[in-house]
Design a protein around this ligand. Structure first.
Ligand code: ASN
Ligand code: ZN
Ligand code: CA
Length: 327
């Protein structure tokens, strides 16, 4: 006999979190029966297969090898809820079926990834196996690669690759704001908790992507030749400008200062509308070879469909693309 239960986890990055679990016989498993049966496994430093499904004698989780599993299971649940409750999407493929997560991949592996082949997301433990890459914006980022693969199918190279990566940063960030727990109030930084460089700095910045030393702030003819995690900067910057506008702004205690390519001023339409526009563009108008110019057209179509072609939202989409040199 199996039953859906609500347990409690002590996470590494998100404080004390609720976990949806399954009681099977006398023990509990990290199987989320409320979200398509999403399971979380401990790879135990392996690099293939599924390792072992997390199980526990009680429904209180965390400590030792369980901690990364707590963050991963919670991150998948919040991401599921964000797509379902905010965007009306029922799971990664919109079919109500869960994926699965694998924690503790490899040894000191400083990355996390989505794979369409397994329909699963995987997390390394970070430098010295001390900072698992299981923070909520990373979980939202990886799971969103599954959504992109199930919708626009943006090819993972050139400008479409940058758009693919930006889509994951945009929704990973939206998931972090959606979580809105005491530890995850939301910011426009990517990976600020996982200390990937060992110096406390985030992996990426959406207000001014070039702050990472590599990413493009604005479109130029060579941008598609950059690594997809750097050409994504153009769309991340577009999204920030659309949501929050140009110039200096403090949000949840973090100071941002977003420039424009041409010195223009942009007034943001708010994050919720910007997320809805990006999602409709991704799921309705973008295709595998969409480039930056076509992304401008796709988001204008989305804004027109959602808010009308004479709306402030539509005009701001045009202004924000212009401000990152996509004309
Ligand atoms: N963490 C990286 C990402 O999701 C892995 C990769 O390079 N694909 O973008
Ligand atoms: Zn990615
Ligand atoms: Ca973040």
């Amino acid at each position: 006999h199996e039953a859906i239960e609500t347990g409690t986890g002590t996470s590494q990055y998100s404080g004390t979190v609720p976990l949806t679990t399954t009681k099977s016989g006398s023990s509990y498993q990290l199987t989320d029966g409320a979200r398509g049966g999403h399971k979380t496994y401990d790879l135990n430093q392996g690099t293939s297969g599924t390792g072992t499904l997390y199980t526990n004698a009680t429904d209180t989780w965390g400590g030792g090898r369980q901690t990364a599993g707590v963050d991963a299971h919670y991150g998948a649940a919040v991401t599921w809820d964000f797509y379902k409750n905010f965007l009306g999407r029922n799971g990664i493929r919109n079919d109500g079926k869960g994926a699965y997560s694998r924690a503790h991949y490899g040894n000191s592996y400083v990355n996390a990834f989505w794979s369409d082949a397994c329909f699963c997301m995987t997390y390394g433990d970070g430098q010295g196996n001390k900072k698992p890459l299981t923070a909520i914006d990373v979980a939202g980022h990886e799971m969103s690669h599954g959504v992109t693969a199930a919708t626009a199918k943006l090819v993972y190279s050139g400008e479409s690759g940058g758009l693919n990566e930006a889509t994951s940063d945009i929704f990973g960030t939206a998931v972090e704001f959606y979580a809105n727990n005491s530890s995850d109030v939301g910011d426009y930084l990517i990976g600020e908790k996982i200390d990937i460089f060992g110096n406390g700095k985030p992996l990426r910045y959406m207000d001014k992507p070039s702050k990472d030393g590599n990413s493009a702030d604005n479109w130029s003819s060579g941008v598609g030749g950059k690594d997809v995690h750097y050409s994504s900067g153009v769309a991340n910057h577009f999204f920030y400008l659309l949501a929050e506008g140009s110039g200096a702004k403090k949000i949840n205690g973090v100071q941002y200062d977003s420039p424009t390519a041409d010195g223009s001023k942009v007034t943001g339409i708010g994050r919720d509308k910007a997320v809805k526009i990006w999602y409709k563009a991704l799921s309705t108008y973008m295709t595998s070879n969409t480039n930056y110019k076509a992304a401008r057209t796709a988001t204008l179509s989305a804004a027109g469909a959602l808010y009308g072609t004479t709306s402030t939202e539509y005009k701001t989409v045009a202004a924000a693309w212009g401000a990152v040199n996509v004309k």
